[in-house]
Design a protein around this ligand. Structure first.
Ligand code: SAM
Length: 205
């Protein structure tokens, strides 16, 4: 199991597997569905290799990640789009472009972050937003009563060590005093492989 986890930790292997099991198709439909407008400046924080970029080509798009190789790959892939930029940044160090964005997408990343740092990340992401801008948080959740064997295996093999339940996430947000404007539950498609479900939170600055 340890060796399998090591192999799956290689970004290209994990991304390919995500594509094969339909996770990327599911995300392409889910992420943009919560946006009320299809324009403006969008920060995709934790963009990895530009996994979701294709769903946001009508925005002025900035993809940011701490992984230099991923940023290099993504820049190459989308080089022909003048409205799409990728940059390296570490959100634990400082906010990225304060008061600049209309939307921030923070997707599938919380479970990769040390929970003690989560308030700092969210604070820095809110600093990047203009007043009235929207922070869109998507996160996979653990559902011990509902997850089947395959879903549990996926959760176990994920590189993120901090996968939470929906109520754990809500408790953290409540404790930090975030004003959640909207919450949605997104069940993943129940095909051959049942992937983890997602929850969504909208925070307006
Ligand atoms: C699982 S990926 C999410 C990919 C994509 N958003 C999605 O939904 O498929 C999490 C990303 O967060 C990035 N990340 C983790 N810590 C970071 C930090 N301190 N600053 C910037 N990016 C970070 C990782 O490098 C990784 O690419």
């Amino acid at each position: 199991m340890k060796l399998l986890k090591k192999i799956l930790n290689i970004p290209i292997v994990w991304n390919t597997l995500q594509g094969v099991v339909g996770a990327n198709t599911f995300k392409y439909a889910m992420y943009p569905s919560v946006f009320k407008s299809r324009s403006g400046k969008l920060l995709d924080f934790g963009c990895a290799c530009g996994n979701s970029t294709e769903a946001f080509l009508d925005f002025d798009y900035w993809g940011v990640d701490i992984d230099r190789e991923a940023i290099k790959d993504a820049s190459k892939k989308f080089a022909s789009y003048p409205n799409v930029k990728f940059e390296w940044a570490d959100l634990a160090q400082a906010p990225y472009k304060p008061d600049f964005f209309d939307h921030v997408l923070f997707a599938g990343t919380i479970h990769h972050l040390d929970p003690r740092l989560l308030p700092l990340f969210i604070k820095n992401l809110l600093v990047s937003l203009k007043v009235g801008g929207e922070l869109h948080i998507f996160e996979i959740i653990r559902q011990p009563q509902k997850d089947n064997f395959i879903t549990k295996l996926f959760l176990h093999l994920d590189q993120g060590k901090y996968i939470k339940t929906e109520s754990e996430l809500k408790a953290i947000f409540k404790q930090e005093g975030y004003k959640i404007a909207e919450t949605q539950f997104f069940p993943s498609p129940n095909s051959l492989i049942k992937l983890p479900d997602f929850v969504y939170f909208r925070i307006i600055k």
